[in-house]
Design a binder for this molecule. Structure first.
Ligand SMILES: NC(=O)c1ccc[n+]([C@@H]2O[C@H](COP(=O)([O-])OP(=O)(O)OC[C@H]3O[C@@H](n4cnc5c(N)ncnc54)[C@H](OP(=O)(O)O)[C@@H]3O)[C@@H](O)[C@H]2O)c1
Length: 273
């Protein structure tokens, strides 16, 4: 019987869907496949349930969640409180990237709103439904490592940021740099996705510190270059391989929480931020 609940964001396709498929194999876990589109989410759930053994199919359900919508996050929170009571495992997988060399202020804002601010808003909204000893896994990216910032002073500010307000300020500076076309001389890379993922990574590190007193492990993970829509189906890895480390982190034994938390992971190994 399912005694734990797992919530996966952006799970109607790609790595998120494979994360749900992997967790569904665990008899003790009920998994919520969430998606911003009710139609795409329900279609993905129906297809997945048809592919799973009946007992596993019964342990998976759908709920709508658009991580950039305040109303949607609040609606999901109320649903989760009522239907799940607690979220033992939260996997923030939803993410977005423009294709090719798309570049602009609105585009930078949208990318940051989704990958960083959306993820942070979901964590903040669900945080108190995660029990002591729970797990939060953020699917970040190696594209968001500190080394993408070549300017030492700017990198130092990222590395030593201790609050969401400081991260908001840094992402705002990037957007203003894009607006005035001064981003390069101020030390920023030409990557909206990279900066959004850097902010998501650094937020994960800060959240891990905040939740340490409750023994909630918060881990950041890179799934590797996967064969998904985001990667225009050119990645060499199947999405199921990208799902492996997030699920592995989410279900490490309780005794391992301190080893997991506040770290960046790839292929079941720790890497520098
Ligand atoms: N693929 C790679 O090589 C790679 C490498 C490093 C990191 N990642 C990260 O891995 C995660 C999964 O990516 P993927 O490769 O599986 O890409 P994907 O197939 O494009 O899936 C992304 C998922 O996120 C959802 N999403 C986007 N915006 C959302 C929002 N506002 N609210 C809720 N869901 C939203 C998408 O929903 P729709 O279907 O409605 O668009 C989709 O379900 C992302 O965080 C990505 O940055 C991927």
């Amino acid at each position: 019987m399912a005694t734990k609940n797992a919530v996966v964001t952006g799970a109607n396709q790609g790595i998120g869907l494979e994360i749900v498929r992997l967790i569904a194999q665990r008899p003790d876990v009920r998994t919520v496949l969430t998606a911003r589109s009710e139609e795409r989410g329900r279609a993905a759930l129906a297809k997945l349930q048809a592919e799973l053994p009946p007992a596993a199919a019964e342990r998976v359900c759908f709920a709508q969640l658009d991580i950039t919508s305040r109303d949607s996050i609040e609606g999901f929170r109320q649903w989760a409180e009522r239907e799940l009571r607690q979220v033992d495992v939260l996997i923030n997988n939803a993410g977005f990237a423009y294709k090719g060399d798309t570049w602009g202020v609105e585009e930078a804002q949208t990318t940051i709103n989704t990958n960083y601010a959306g993820t942070a808003s979901v964590c903040e909204a669900l945080n108190d439904l995660v029990p002591d000893g729970g797990r939060i896994v953020n699917v970040c990216s190696s594209a968001g490592k500190l080394s993408i910032i070549k300017d030492a002073a700017l990198r130092d500010r990222w590395e030593h940021a201790t609050s969401r307000a400081q991260l908001d300020e840094l992402t705002h500076e990037f957007i203003e740099g894009v607006r005035s076309d001064t981003y390069a001389q101020k030390g920023w890379p030409r990557s909206m996705y990279g900066v959004s993922k850097l902010a998501e990574c650094q937020y994960s590190r800060i959240l891990a510190d905040e939740l340490r007193p409750r023994r909630i492990a918060v881990a950041a993970v890179c799934p590797g270059w996967c064969n998904t829509a985001m990667a225009s189906f050119r990645g060499p890895r199947p999405a199921s391989e990208g799902a492996d480390t997030p699920v592995w982190l989410a279900f490490q034994p309780d005794s391992e929480w301190e080893w997991i938390t506040g770290r960046f992971w790839k292929d079941r190994k720790e890497e520098p931020w």
